[in-house]
Design a binder for this molecule. Structure first.
Ligand SMILES: C[S@@+](CC[C@H](N)C(=O)[O-])C[C@H]1O[C@@H](n2cnc3c(N)ncnc32)[C@H](O)[C@@H]1O
Length: 382
């Protein structure tokens, strides 16, 4: 039996890609991770017992990377260069620099990785950064898949439309000198971006109610949205959800703060029969007991393996819906019980937890794309 696939995790944050790899059940290990954010690194080290390198990625050399003899790169670079909020400056945004640097480094490596996985926001697909990545990958002989998918398509009650790219190097180009000009069958322009899951034949996965993801907060009212945040809204339609809802909106890094308008859903805890809201009479909204989802609940919606979480109706990978992961066939969602879990060490406050989770990703979507697309005919899928 060959050894595990050696992975490098770039822009590791709290390790969403690492958890995704674990959930995929692929015979692989993360041999090193890289991030400059000290708080994220603290959380990562707490859970994986291994410190990420805090050297800025745009300063890494081929030698720094080659020493790991990695065969897979996992990347979730900063999204601000491709968002409205970040002014969509793309390659002219300094936050795109580390990704552009890695793209350049790829062709200088003696052994470029066989596998590459990248996650980013919608709009990355129309960026110059993506164009540069594709040009490089095509020149190096990678077979590429791109998609725009949301967890709701996988049976998770959360919207988080994201761009994903999987690339697998088919063969070593014979003439290394031609590496930059080798012909490819598909070019960047005529590629299809998949928007269904599975790619070829969309399947409908039942979406469980939000109640399955909620904690019992009892008398803890610290998650109640302060009334001053609500009273100043003028005729703005908040995204209010109920325990019975089967949809929540994308959680951003501003969640839990005074930016309640577009940062994510708020949970109605009182008067559950009222769903006809009077948006002009903001005082009437105060009776609904609106609260923020907790970091634990968001972690569950993002499919992180979480401590002390077992929900009978969702099953877990020790539990009722334990479907075979050997075939590369898409699975129904179950709450992952893999180790390590996501837990926050002492000293990481609530707002920091929200920021980290808002910057992170859905581990289940990553896991399924790894199992069913990137590693699908690899003997490494267990
Ligand atoms: C979109 S987040 C990735 C989050 C991660 N996937 C997770 O699960 O938490 C981007 C990450 O890139 C990191 N980052 C930004 N610029 C960097 C650089 N030059 N070198 C290393 N890390 C960087 C940020 O600190 C942030 O954690």
């Amino acid at each position: 039996m060959t050894g595990p696939i050696r992975c490098l995790e770039f822009f590791s944050g709290i390790g969403g890609l690492h958890h995704g790899l674990n959930i995929a059940g692929v015979h692989a290990e993360v041999v090193a991770s890289f991030d400059v954010n000290e708080i994220a690194n603290k959380v990562y080290a707490h859970n994986f017992k291994k410190e990420p390198s805090k050297k800025t990625i745009d300063r890494l050399t081929a030698k720094d990377i080659e020493k790991y003899q990695a065969d897979c790169w996992l990347l979730s670079p900063p999204c601000q260069p491709y968002t409205q909020g970040g002014k969509m400056k793309d390659i002219n945004d300094s936050r795109a620099k580390p990704l552009l640097h890695l793209i350049k480094l790829l062709s200088t490596l003696e052994n470029p990785p066989t596998y590459l996985f990248l996650e980013n926001v919608k709009n990355f697909e129309i960026s110059q950064s993506r164009q540069e990545l594709m040009t490089q990958l095509e020149a190096l002989g990678y077979e590429i898949n791109e998609c725009l998918l949301s967890p709701i398509q996988f049976g998770i009650p959360n919207h988080r439309l994201r761009y994903y790219l999987t690339a697998r190097r088919k063969q070593q180009p014979k003439n290394e000198e031609n590496v930059h000009t080798s012909p490819t069958t598909k070019t960047t322009e005529n590629r299809k971006i998949h928007t269904t899951w599975p790619f070829d034949q969309e399947q409908t996965f039942d979406v469980p109610e939000l109640a399955n993801f909620l904690e019992q907060l009892n008398d803890d009212d610290s998650f109640i949205v302060p009334s001053r945040y609500i009273l100043r809204l003028h005729n703005f339609r908040l995204d209010i959800v109920l325990p019975s809802s089967t949809k929540t909106s994308c959680v951003t890094k501003a969640y839990g703060s005074n930016h309640i308008m577009t940062s994510g859903s708020l949970l109605q805890t009182k008067k559950l029969e009222t769903m006809d809201y009077d948006w002009q009479d903001t005082a009437s909204l105060l009776e609904l007991g609106l609260r923020f989802l907790t970091p634990t609940e968001i972690g569950r919606l993002h499919a992180f393996p979480m401590p002390d979480y077992s929900s009978s109706s969702l099953g877990s990978n020790n539990g009722t819906k334990n479907e075979s992961s050997s075939s590369g066939v898409p699975r129904h969602f179950f709450s992952p019980a893999n180790l390590p879990h996501l837990a926050f060490p002492e000293g990481v406050n609530r707002q920091q937890q929200y920021r980290l989770l808002g910057n992170s990703l859905n581990c289940w979507v990553v896991a399924e794309l790894l199992r069913c697309v990137l590693f699908v005919d690899s003997h490494h899928v267990e």
